[in-house]
Design a protein around this ligand. Structure first.
Ligand SMILES: [Zn+2]
Length: 453
């Protein structure tokens, strides 16, 4: 959501060699970067240092928490400026280390709607490495089941990203991942994918109590929740679930999702030379200008209509005979209101076209309907209980942002837990890392409570 443009400031570390462009930005920044090491360098130096420290601790009397994976996995802390002790302590935060590594690995893979194959292959490899069988449904969603006791739970995140969705190595600054400037960060929804992988990994490795977990990693969320809409829950007998996606600050639950309708308008006129007889032409842009269509924030901001893209004409010196508009309608209002607005849009363009002797065609493509989460849904009550145990209230907020939860409901009572990704769908996208770890811990506790009921 908007209004969160501010970014944490402070020091600066980069995972890998700093490009010249940034080195030239200032001496102080350069000095800070210079002290950072590349990922392979850090792996090597921290691997050996941490191994020696952990071996010494183990010799003192066995710290069961220190498992062998500490010694082989690259450490989360990449910056020497913060001191060796912090690096070693950072390495002891097992969860942050592995979720961090997963996120890095995912961001190093490209993904766009319909081209999620590399992310899918990575997730399948990780799940198969845990001993889980995976399958891909006809839509391209990756599905895996971890058997357990009790009512099954669906855990979901989406594999696609808005374009360009390029592979890159993010910039780490004060515990926050930023894009390297060449692409959107991709934490929407790689952060959700990393959370789900971390949950299932910890459940299995630590033998934590859990219900059957159905992992559904969806395709094409960004272009109309296509993967989630195509997913068939029937064979899995699953009726509850959690979606991990961006909407608000980390941990906030989406209480209400808006319905979403994409629409296209095609206006046709007749072209001609602007210096000749204009009576022979029909200016399609004039038709557009004359159309009195509903737009902007309506119904006390419960509805928003946007024309996001408009293309017209063929040359500077030709009367435009064609206008193409890509628009969208988001609303919390009931279906009747949506129908009314769709009718108004259609009539506005058709009427204007008639006045000028041209034509207009309006087509609608509904992506999802609006939904509300009942605060008394059992799974949500468990999440509230978990938060209450650490003194946090359950934060519920409505959003215009779509998510797979809208497509899963009403068949599956799924709600979205926000991952805390901000400025999504832009190169300014960023994600604070620590809250991801908090979400994993909270959901592990939810699984325990759910299993006990
Ligand atoms: Zn998303």
């Amino acid at each position: 959501m908007g209004g969160r443009k501010g970014k944490p400031g402070g020091g600066f570390c980069r995972l890998g060699p700093a490009p010249l462009r940034e080195i030239n930005e200032g001496k102080e920044r350069y000095e800070s970067q210079r002290r950072c090491q590349s990922l392979p360098e850090m792996r090597a130096s921290l691997g050996s240092i941490t191994s020696r420290v952990l071996a010494a601790i183990a010799n003192w009397g066995g710290v069961s928490l220190l498992r062998s994976r500490f010694l082989v996995e690259p450490r989360a802390c990449m910056c020497m400026t913060k001191g060796l002790m912090e690096c070693i302590l950072g390495g002891m935060t097992d969860l942050s280390s592995s979720i961090y590594q997963t996120l890095l690995a995912l961001l190093a893979l490209p993904s766009t709607p319909g081209h999620e194959e590399q992310v899918r292959a990575y997730l399948a490899r990780r799940l198969e490495g845990l001993g889980l069988a995976t399958q891909t449904d006809s839509a391209g969603n990756l599905i895996a089941l971890l058997p357990g006791e009790g009512r099954p739970l669906l855990l979901n995140a989406h594999m696609d990203r808005v374009p360009p969705g390029l592979a890159h190595t993010p910039v780490l600054r004060d515990g926050v991942f930023y894009s390297d400037g060449t692409t959107n960060l991709g934490a929407d929804d790689a952060a959700g994918l990393a959370i789900v992988l971390e949950i299932v990994t910890r459940v299995m490795e630590q033998r934590l109590p859990h219900p059957p977990l159905l992992l559904v990693f969806t395709v094409e969320e960004e272009v109309g929740l296509r993967g989630a809409s195509a997913f068939d829950p029937t064979p899995w007998n699953v009726s509850e679930g959690i979606v991990f996606d961006n909407a608000f600050e980390a941990g906030v639950v989406v209480s209400q999702g808006a319905m979403y309708v994409a629409f296209d308008v095609e206006i046709r006129g007749r072209t001609g030379h602007p210096g000749k007889d204009l009576a022979q032409t029909i200016n399609a842009l004039e038709i557009f200008r004359a159309a009195r269509y509903p737009h902007g924030s309506l119904h006390n901001d419960r509805t928003r209509i946007l024309l996001g893209r408009l293309t017209a004409g063929s040359a500077r010196n030709a009367v435009p005979d064609r206008v193409q508009i890509e628009g969208e309608l988001r609303s919390f209002e009931p279906p009747a209101v949506r129908e009314e607005l769709m009718g108004e849009l259609q009539r506005a363009f058709e009427e204007a076209a008639r006045q000028f002797g041209g034509s207009a065609q309006v087509t609608f493509n509904p992506h999802c309907t609006s939904y509300s989460v009942d605060e008394n849904e059992p799974l949500l009550m468990r999440y509230r209980e978990v938060l209450a145990r650490r003194g946090e209230p359950l934060r519920l907020r409505p959003t215009f942002i779509g998510s797979d939860a809208a497509a899963f409901r009403p068949r599956i009572q799924a709600f979205t837990i926000s991952t805390g990704v901000a400025n999504e769908h832009s190169f300014e996208e960023y994600v604070p890392l620590h809250p991801l770890e908090m979400i994993v811990n909270d959901v592990l506790m939810v699984l325990k409570l759910h299993h006990a009921h």
